[in-house]
Design a protein around this ligand. Sequence first.
Ligand SMILES: O=C(O)CCC(=O)C(=O)O
Length: 248
Amino acid sequence: MLLSEKQMQDYQSNGYLAGITISDRDEVETFHHHFDVLEAQEGQEKCQVGLVDWHLTHDFIWQIAKHPKILDAIEQLIGPDILLLATHFFCKYGPQNKFVAWHQDITYWGLEPSLAITAWYAIDDSNIENGCMQVIPGTHQAGIIAHGKSDQEGNLLSINQEISVNETAENSAVDIVLKAGQISIHHGHLIHGSLPNQSRKRRCGLTLRYIPPYVKQVEENSMGRRWQSILVRGEDQHQNFPSGSLGF
Ligand SMILES: O=C(O)CCC(=O)C(=O)O
């Protein structure tokens, strides 16, 4: 078991976990190198938030998405049958004004029941200076919350969505500081975001979205798309999603 009883309880009450080590030095260096190569090919602009579902075409992303240690943790939280719904890099270069507004992941994903979990794999060290993710503990317990639009320049979210958060809640936000090769995990209803990268160091993380197979897509997502999923552990007795196929 990767997660302790205490971590499981913390996840239930706070909606997130941080600092879970997945990769040793060699492994994270390999993934880091592959991302550097990808970045050199695609350019920084594209790499910010433009690499969606590239696990279908790039083996190293697929290796992270089906990493046994990550799946062990996800299994403890959502059960033995696990679909990978999507992957998405969030890469912030600094110093720049790009940020991620407060939001919940699942609001615009069109899923029923509204259930998904994200593992955020740190390709680079992620800290306060380079704009690590921030979460507001416990907010996953309030269900789906209405989002407005951000009036600040630089929001990296797909439709500029933002939850308006009061000062007390904002003051309770926690910085998710990670070393490269670690993950944090967050519930699909947890309010989270990130501030601009103030440093000259890249802050790249790969988000991995997992669901149990009984979840269905009942509406298009915010990108007007239908999800493709891949079974990464256990069985899929529901077949609610077309299966993504690996092209490498
Ligand atoms: O990487 C970030 O700063 C934000 C990630 C995020 O919003 C997400 O995982 O949905």
